[in-house]
Every structure is written in structure tokens, then in C-alpha cells.
Write a protein that binds this ligand. Structure first.
Ligand code: SAM
Length: 227
């Protein structure tokens, strides 16, 4: 398998996501052939799908929301689960979060997040967590929530992942964390137990989505007790 850092540098360009001009990320460019390959072709050369090479509509809306309302994360301990390019995690650091853990199961995404942090001089306070956390506890030994804020951008596109993710996010909310999810109407978004906080029109690419603009909502995920 390729060296992730060299691979990312050779197959992306540094550019700003349309809704988040404050950040520059290593993202796919239509001019580079890698992004035309199918998932099967990528699997043959040992590569997972390059989710990290796009700032997804859910992540962009969440990042926009946090940069516009820095008080939600400033000085806080934040977890960005399924971080991808790190667009949400870096928005939190931009908004002066004290500590941000960016969680990913894809090693290429972890490398991309670090490169993107470096490109924006936002490495201070960033921790990379490279394991599946979705069955882990949400409180410490004394019963205190592990995180002040838990964030998830665009995570409801596959059923098993969306179900595990939603259950875990609700447990964080029950523990006392502020839990926010950015979602452009993906199939497996929960239909209840969410409170709408904001709505954005996110410009997207026809290569990725079925429309040029995705209406994308920032939801507060409620604990089971509030449903
Ligand atoms: C559609 S991308 C969203 C990335 C980013 N949040 C955004 O909005 O741009 C979903 C990401 O979830 C990651 N992922 C899938 N299952 C995961 C798990 N169990 N734990 C952490 N990340 C996971 C994938 O590797 C992928 O990068």
C-alpha cells in the first residue's frame, strides 16, 4: 500500500470547501484521475474509498455552524467522530476549542487530518484517535462525561454504521455532552430524537451527489430520555 502522506500530496489539491472558506484542505480535484475509480478498482490496489478527500455536506454545515458560533466549542473538550478530512475538527480548533480529538478508522484519513491541520497551522490541541470508538464508554470512572461536545458530520449513509453511531451519540447526550450531527438528508438519519438547530444550502459536486446544492441540517442529538 502507498505511503499515505505521499499519496495524499500527489492526489489532492489544497483548496477551501465552498461553505468553509476559512480552511484549506487537501481535497480531490476533478482533474486528477484517482477520483474516477470505482470502489472495486480501489480495493484491488489496496485502497479504501477516499472519503477523506471530500468535505461532505454534513461536515461542511457543521463546520460553518461552529465557526459562526464559536461559543459552542471555545475552551471545550471536543470529539469529532468519523472525521474524514478533519473539516469539523479543524473548524473547532479555528473556534478556539481547548482540545479536539479527531476519530477515524481509515489510516489515510488520519494522515489527511494531520496534513490539513498543518496546512492551516491548527495542530495545537489536536489529537488523532485511530480506532473504532463506537462501543466505548461515554463517562469516566466518576460518572462525568468524557467530552463536553461530540460532533458527527455526514455519518448516516450506511445502515449498520448509522445505527451504531446514533445509539452511541445518544449515550453521549445522556452523559451530558452537547451532541451535534450535520446531515444532508441521508437515508439512515434517525427520524426522531433530534432538534433542528440550523439549515444550510451546501454547494456540492454532481460527481458525488445527485444535486448541485444539498439542503443540510445541523441537528442536536437528544438523549433517549428526552424523546
Ligand atoms: C462521509 S465521511 C464524513 C467525513 C467528515 N465528517 C465530513 O463530513 O466531511 C464518513 C467517514 O466515516 C468514517 N467512518 C466509518 N465508520 C467509522 C467508525 N466506526 N468510526 C470512525 N469513523 C468511521 C469513514 O472512514 C469516513 O471517513
Amino acid at each position: 500500500m502507498s505511503d499515505p502522506v505521499a499519496f495524499i500530496e500527489n492526489n489532492t489539491i489544497l483548496k477551501s470547501p465552498s461553505l468553509v472558506p476559512e480552511l484549506r484542505l487537501h481535497l480531490a480535484d476533478a482533474a486528477l484521475p484517482l477520483w474516477e475509480k470505482t470502489e472495486e478498482e480501489l480495493a484491488q490496489v489496496g485502497l479504501p474509498p477516499p472519503y477523506w478527500a471530500f468535505a461532505w455536506a454534513g461536515g461542511q454545515a457543521l463546520a460553518r455552524h461552529l465557526i459562526d458560533r464559536p461559543e459552542l466549542v471555545a475552551g471545550k473538550r471536543v470529539l469529532d467522530v468519523a472525521s474524514g478530512s478533519g473539516v469539523v475538527a479543524l473548524a473547532c480548533l479555528w473556534a478556539s476549542a481547548a482540545h479536539v480529538a479527531a476519530n477515524e478508522i481509515d489510516g489515510f484519513a488520519l494522515a489527511a487530518i494531520q496534513l490539513n491541520a498543518d496546512a492551516n497551522a491548527l495542530g495545537r490541541g489536536l489529537e488523532l484517535v485511530g480506532r473504532d470508538m463506537l462501543d466505548e464508554p461515554t463517562i469516566d470512572d466518576t460518572g462525568v462525561a468524557l467530552w463536553d461536545v461530540v460532533l458527527a458530520g455526514d455519518v448516516c449513509y450506511e445502515k449498520p454504521m448509522a445505527e451504531r453511531m446514533t445509539g452511541w451519540l445518544r449515550r453521549h447526550a445522556a452523559a451530558g455532552a452537547l451532541v451535534l450531527m450535520g446531515d444532508p438528508g441521508r437515508t439512515y438519519r434517525p427520524t426522531d430524537g433530534l432538534e433542528q438547530l440550523a439549515e444550510y444550502s451546501v454547494p456540492t459536486s454532481r460527481d458525488l451527489e445527485d444535486s448541485d446544492i444539498r439542503r443540510t441540517v445541523v441537528w442536536r442529538v437528544l438523549p433517549l430520555t428526552q424523546r
